[in-house]
Ligand binder design. Structure first.
Ligand SMILES: Cc1cc2nc3c(=O)[nH]c(=O)nc-3n(C[C@H](O)[C@H](O)[C@H](O)COP(=O)(O)OP(=O)(O)OC[C@H]3O[C@@H](n4cnc5c(N)ncnc54)[C@H](O)[C@@H]3O)c2cc1C
Length: 399
């Protein structure tokens, strides 16, 4: 069992931490409140190679794994810059294309992921389907060599910043033996998931921004796909057989990196609060941090964040070793633990700062919305508990 990072990973952590601190939470909040994006930070991180750490070297990336990308996510968040697009673009979209795209797709997209010039967001959630992806209603159908996509997606992050959106749709394929006919004489069909790389400016694709109670420079959108016409090679992979594996390929990287972002956010909040409580005095010469009623909740939150970090490290190590099934269990547990720990840490930090905790200046209440959302997205705490109950505790599925 090895709890140490490699020297290269340590250097990466130090370098990303330094970059994040040069920008800091006040930069992040100022961008959010101005309705702008953290473009300077993203571009600098891209130039320094931090956005492409998990992309193979032959496509211009760092040749590392999800461990390295999780370090980037955690350290930027620990500096007060939790960038959700790191989870969506390099973790989900780049992994899907790298693992299940065609060689042509890898050559076309991966160099842009590697230097950060390309942002690809991810659209699976739909208004009617919610957590139940078996109910997805977005469909893709053939029209000659082209595809036509129709449907609706919701809460899709970063569409206004991205060149492409990776859309999860369903395609009707014949079910059973060739020529099998259903009761009405029609050939039986089933719907299979398939992923499509859709330009965000494609005709027929429209969006409307959702008003969210989250202080973030990254926005969420409703997407409407109205017969969006795509060339045949917009389908990820050589054939429809790639659909389900491609969809699952993004899950572990998503869980692990979003957990890392949560752990970093938790560290950031506890650090802000500890600095404050170690110097603030309202009862004579004693600091408020000397009162256990203030210090213990912070210490408790620090323990929860550190436990989550351990599980993130385990999940990333398993994933990078190719042990996908075990990484699935650990990644879900890490996401759950980090989501809860981040929410606890930010809430505890706000309380420890008293009135200052609610000001923009002290930069902790600005994270309340984000950490609350982290218990819902990208997978809710309940769906993780369902997963653990079913796959670890062998309980019957209730839904
Ligand atoms: C800030 C933010 C960013 C997002 N970004 C993206 C994105 O980029 N791309 C994307 O595709 N989606 C995105 N989402 C959507 C997100 O993944 C969904 O909100 C999430 O998966 C939950 O789906 P839902 O909101 O439809 O909730 P619902 O499925 O309607 O669930 C509502 C509640 O019921 C619970 N519930 C549902 N089913 C069960 C069950 N069987 N057992 C127990 N409890 C259950 C849920 O846990 C939840 O608490 C984002 C959401 C947010 C808030």
């Amino acid at each position: 069992m090895d709890f140490d990072l490699t020297p290269e990973q340590d250097q990466l952590r130090d370098a990303v931490r330094a970059l994040g601190r040069r920008y800091g939470h006040s930069y992040f909040v100022a961008k959010a409140k101005a309705g702008a994006h953290t473009t300077e930070l993203w571009e600098e991180a891209g130039r320094l190679g931090y956005l492409g750490v998990n992309i193979p070297t032959e496509y211009g990336g760092g040749g590392g794994g999800i461990t390295e990308l999780a370090i980037v996510c955690e350290e930027l968040a620990a500096a007060g810059c939790p960038l959700l697009l790191l989870v969506v673009s390099p973790a989900i979209a780049a992994t899907v294309i790298n693992k299940h795209g065609t060689e042509e797709q890898r050559r076309r997209f991966l160099p842009g992921f590697a230097d950060g010039s390309l942002k690809v967001v991810f659209a699976i959630t739909e208004p009617e389907a919610g957590s139940n992806f078996h109910r997805l209603g977005t469909v893709a159908r053939r029209d000659g060599d082209d595809w036509l996509l129709s449907g609706r997606k919701c809460y899709i992050s970063g569409v206004d910043e991205a060149q492409y959106v990776l859309v999860v749709a369903r395609v009707a394929v014949p079910d059973g033996p060739a020529g099998a006919a259903g009761p009405a004489g029609a050939a039986a069909q089933k719907l299979r998931p398939a992923l499509f790389v859709v330009p965000t400016d494609a005709p027929g694709l429209t969006r409307s921004r959702l008003d969210m109670e989250i202080v973030s420079p990254e926005n969420q959108f409703l997407l409407y796909l109205d017969d969006v016409r795509l060339p045949g090679d917009a389908l990820v992979g050589e054939s429809l057989d790639a659909g389900l594996p491609a969809l699952f390929a993004g899950l572990n990287p998503e869980r692990i990196t979003v957990a890392a972002m949560g752990a970093g956010t938790g560290r950031y909040a506890i650090e802000r609060a500890s600095e404050y409580t170690a110097t603030r005095k309202v009862w004579g010469g004693r600091t408020i941090g000397s009162h256990q009623g203030v210090a213990h909740p912070l210490a408790h939150a620090a323990v929860q964040v550190e436990l989550a970090r351990l599980m993130i490290h385990k999940a990333a190590t398993l994933y990078d070793a190719g042990r996908d099934l075990e990484a699935g269990v650990s990644g879900n547990m890490a996401k759950y633990a980090a989501g809860e720990a981040a929410a606890l840490a930010v809430d505890t930090a706000v309380q420890a700062l008293g009135g200052a905790g609610m000001t923009t200046e002290y930069g902790v209440a600005t994270l309340l919305g984000a950490v609350r959302a982290g218990r819902i997205a990208p997978v809710s705490r309940e769906m993780i508990l369902n997963f653990v109950a079913q796959h670890v505790l062998s309980q019957d599925k209730s839904y």
